[in-house]
Design a protein around this ligand. Structure first.
Ligand code: HPA
Length: 283
């Protein structure tokens, strides 16, 4: 069957990256990371790195948010080849949901089998503090369109993919183990994604808490749905940058989110590096 027009554009972008990045390297990466707000530096720390701006890749959506620079970066962390999306695009920027998840489709076509997704989020669980890192155990995504709506790309995944173990327990075990070795603990919980860009109202946060959410953010879930559709194993790590609206009396600001992201960055970068190395030993 010929690929749908959407899948054809994904394949064109993957071919382009394959020529620009992968052809130059001895090994094909099987692990990819999506680096959220303020975390782009992780990709800068890779050795033998080679970067391609999102703007150079055919059909790639362009990010417009401060703190999301927008490069595809291939390089090595320790002995492991990884592919990083340095920055992402969000639904609230006005992209449709299939554009938001386009880069993940490209990762799938490039042969990525495991995906680590990071984000900044507001803590709903009263036990969470700014600077905590939360492993995503599960997600709630009811507030914007599912990225799989439309004709199904049957060649890449099923019409009705299972989401009962969207966040891999074996990958979470690796992350817990690495955090223990680095001498800090991880929180764990349910991440709810909302469209933004306005932060939530206190009443919305009370509602989300009753629905079972521990942290709230504006990304990740569409990416994980698409990654699971293509059979990738996923790990999600949320950087709790602020108490969600109404949990503290202070108003929320993007500057505060970026600043808190800066503070936790060394720990999160160390956790990502250790996790990438350990994950590669799972095979
Ligand atoms: N709400 C939504 N998204 C966020 C938040 C928040 O409180 N903090 C960081 N990203």
């Amino acid at each position: 069957m010929t690929p749908t027009p959407y899948l054809q554009t994904v394949i064109q972008a993957a071919d382009f990256l394959s020529k620009r990045l992968m052809a130059k390297f001895p090994e094909k990466p099987r692990l990819a990371l999506i680096l959220g707000s303020g975390l782009g530096e992780f990709a800068d720390s890779l050795t033998e790195r080679i970067a391609v701006p999102f703007s150079a890749v055919p059909h790639f959506p362009q990010s417009s948010v401060t703190g999301h620079s927008g490069n595809v970066v291939l390089g090595r962390i320790g002995s492991v080849w990884v592919l990083c999306l340095q920055g992402r695009v969000h639904y609230y920027e006005g992209h449709d949901i299939r554009a938001v998840t386009f880069p993940v489709r490209v990762l799938g076509i490039l042969g990525i089998r495991r995906l680590i997704v990071t984000n900044a989020s507001g803590g709903i669980n009263p036990r969470f503090r700014p600077g905590d890192l939360m492993l995503i155990r599960d997600h709630i995504s009811l507030f914007y369109p599912n990225p799989l709506i439309g004709s199904n790309e049957a060649s890449v995944g099923p019409r009705f993919p299972d989401m009962s173990a969207a966040y891999s327990e074996p990958l979470r075990q690796v992350a817990r183990h690495c955090a223990r070795r680095l001498k800090f603990s991880l929180k764990e919980g349910v991440y709810v994604s909302v469209t933004g860009p306005s932060y939530e109202s206190p009443a919305e946060i009370r509602m989300l808490k009753r629905l079972g959410a521990d942290a709230v953010g504006m990304s990740t879930v569409p990416e994980v749905i698409v990654a699971r559709h293509m059979g990738m194993e996923c790990l999600g790590i949320s950087n709790i940058t602020n108490p969600a609206a109404g949990i503290s009396k202070r108003p929320l600001s993007h500057a505060e989110v970026l600043e808190a992201g800066e503070r936790v960055k060394p720990r999160l970068m160390a956790l990502l590096a250790a996790t990438c190395e350990q994950v590669s030993e799972l095979d």
